[in-house]
Design a protein around this ligand. Structure first.
Ligand code: CP
Length: 304
């Protein structure tokens, strides 16, 4: 039986904890001088990306290399996808080449779930439309654990474009399953009307959203997913919702600042905050390699 990672909605708290425990061990390898292991020796990992990426694609590729796997990248541009090949045909073609793990980013929500039905390879969702980005939330939780030592009882404030964010959805599923209190903040036009049904509190005022938070996470304003003027300008967004040093004082004194990247400086956060002493954004990137190593190792060794 093959195993996939399609979303955190589908995982239990126990499974999420198992991944985080494994990722904590993997992080020691990422931090070591010599990163070469043979945990995935002989296995083949293909990164199939229909959308742009720096962090996710590179970290999956490096994670595969650190574990001794064969790895290859494929993007929509320059491939037969441009000639009209369907997702199913592309996936089945890569499957027929001996792919063991198919890491996939797609602009359509549910695309990895669809493809999983037709391939023998384990499918890892590397971001599907506005649905989920499970490995991002896992790396966020691993980073929180490093700084805060626990997830249960943490107050995590997530500010930005809640409607279009797959990162926030995966974080809400994961964090609430592990017992964190999640608040979301942003303009009403970027807030799903039924967000409270996900077990979070929502605010259209950044001060209230951040108040007493242990973790303050900014989200990227996703211009590519906005087809209507949902706020007047980036400058106005920053004026009302941007996280700057003054607003950050609303959080707990030892709060950490996170962002999944890529960050729009002086839109979601001030440069002072991004590069400040509370920022753990660079550590998130390192955690990303560890989480992806853990996920790929576990998928090929019985699942989570
Ligand atoms: N956080 C994230 O998914 O970044 P990339 O788009 O660079 O992969």
């Amino acid at each position: 039986m093959k195993h996939d990672l399609l979303g955190l909605k589908e995982l239990t708290a126990e499974q999420i904890k198992n991944i985080l425990d494994t990722a904590a061990e993997m992080k020691k390898i990422v931090m070591a001088d010599s990163k070469k292991t043979d945990m995935l020796k002989g296995r083949t990992v293909v990164n199939l990306f229909y959308e742009n990426s720096t962090r996710t694609r590179m970290s999956f590729e490096l994670a595969a290399k650190y574990m001794g796997a064969n790895s290859a990248n494929m993007t929509a541009s320059g491939s037969s996808i441009q000639k009209g090949e369907t997702l199913r045909d592309t996936g089945e073609t890569l499957d027929a080449m001996g792919t063991d793990i198919l890491v996939m980013r797609h602009h359509r929500s549910g695309a990895p779930h669809f493809l999983s039905q037709f391939v023998q390879a384990s499918v890892v969702n590397a971001g599907d439309g506005m649905n989920e980005h499970p490995t991002q939330a896992l790396l966020d939780m691993l980073t929180m654990l490093e700084y805060k030592k626990h997830i249960e009882g943490l107050k995590v404030a997530i500010v930005g474009d809640i409607s279009h964010s797959r990162v926030v959805r995966s974080n809400i599923y994961g964090l609430t399953k592990l017992g964190a209190e999640v608040t979301v903040g942003g303009p009403k036009t970027l807030m799903p009307i039924d967000v409270d049904r996900l077990g979070v509190k929502s605010y259209d005022n950044v001060h209230e959203a951040i108040l007493d938070a242990d973790v303050v996470m900014g989200l990227r304003i996703q211009m590519e997913r906005q087809h209507k003027g949902l706020f007047p300008s980036l400058g106005e967004y920053y004026r009302f919702f941007g996280i700057d040093s003054r607003r950050l004082k609303m959080a707990k004194p030892d709060a950490i600042v996170m962002h999944p990247g890529p960050v729009n400086r002086s839109v979601e956060m001030s440069t002072h905050v991004i590069d400040g002493e509370k920022s753990v954004i660079t550590n998130q990137v390192t955690s990303g390699v560890a989480v992806r190593m853990a996920v790929m190792y576990m998928l090929t060794n019985g699942g989570f």
